[in-house]
Structures are given as C-alpha cells and as structure tokens.
Design a protein around this ligand. Sequence first.
Ligand code: ADE
Length: 248
Amino acid sequence: MTTAVLSALPEEQEGLAAQMDALRVVRHAGRDFHAGEWLGRPVVFALSGIGKVAAATTAAVLVERFNARRIVFTGVAGGLHPDVRVGDTVIGTEFMQHDMDASPLFPRYEVPLYGRSRFAADEQLVERLLAAARDPSTSTAVLFDAETLARFGIDAARVHRGLLISGDRFVSRADEAHALSAALPDAMAVEMEAAAVAQVCHDYGVPFAAVRNISDRADDQAHVDFPAYLAQVAGRQARALIAALLPM
Ligand code: ADE
C-alpha cells in the first residue's frame, strides 16, 4: 500500500528523500515526485507548491498516477488557538476552507454540492500520528537545539489535535487572525493546503491526515517568523513522524 507524503515547500520535507531506497524521480505536471521505498514500504514524496489549487492537483496526481492509498500532509502552519504556540505540533482531525463562501446560495464555508464544510481525517492515521508526535524523541523540544529553541521562544512543545483551516491567504495580521478565531473558535491553526487535499481524498475515498508544526502565530510577526522557521527547522520533525507512521 503506497503512502504519499505531501508538503508545500522543499524545506518541509528536508532530508526525507535522501533516506529512500530504489528512488525514482518522476517529473509530472510541473512537479517532481520521489517514488521508492522507505523502511521497506512503498512511498512517494511530493511537493505541491503553495495554495489550495496546487495542493489539489498534486493530490490527484498522487492517487491517479502513483496509486497512493493514503496521503499525509506535513508542513508548517500559523497558530490560531490561544493554546497553540510556535514549536507546537497540530494533528488535523478536521479540515475546512476558511475562504469558501458561496452565500447566499449555500451557507458560508459549505463546499457547494457536498453538503458540508468540514472533511474529517482518517481516524487511524490520526491516532498513529498522535502517538508518534507524543513520543518524546519526536518532540520539537528534543529535535531543535538550544539556540533554535531560544530564538523562537519555544519553552515546552505541545501536541494538539483539532480543526485545521486552509485558505489562499498567508495570514499575517493579528486582526485577521483574531477574526478567523472569532468566526471559527475551534480552529487550531491556519495554512494554505490541507483542506483542499482533504476534499480530493474524500472524492477518491483515500484516507488522509495532516500534521503541522507551528512556525508563527499568523500575526504581524508572521512574515518574519515563517521564513526563519522554515529555513531552520521545518523538516526535522517530519522525518521522525513519517518514520513512525510507515510500519503501520
Ligand atoms: N503557513 C504557515 N504560517 C501561515 C500563515 N500565517 N498563514 C497561512 N499559512 C501559513
């Protein structure tokens, strides 16, 4: 059963492909797909680029062309919920598009003709990712050196589960982050891809889950925190988590 690991940006998968066996690099639809084996399991690693359309296209290719039978998204996100700080990990249990609004034809956030605004993660994948993320050896508090922890003000790295919201906006103003939190109080973090992939996976009946490491608080500092975090640390936790997931 082929597991696909999808991220938006190369930094979010740093070091993953280097650990693969029988590696084949396939260029398709303007993207590179790294197919092969990892820990004896068939895997394909892909980078979508940023945004919902890019992510949806890549997810469809993973299913149609690479026979992906489960997809895990890994990358960074902006923390929204007051408990979610930089360095924390959020495992998505539900996904919605915060910029979907076909009102008054359909209720705000509802994906037209699906009769729903939220798509659920696969429960088994969520449980596995939670167990892996709670293992102290995969904690950002352990994976990052003291200088990095100090730089990003990470004291204790917590693991959360809950709603991830996606939209074609980099949220970089505190008032916008507050407005999203006020409208969707259970949203843990905001990013730009997972809900699109969740919808594609729903269409194909492919189990999906997402794990996001918090790079910023989606506030006025986000445009500074995000690239610094991405460059230094984004891929480190992904390697440990995916390794724990694969024997499943
Ligand atoms: N990914 C990481 N940080 C983000 C933010 N602030 N807004 C949207 N996507 C993000």
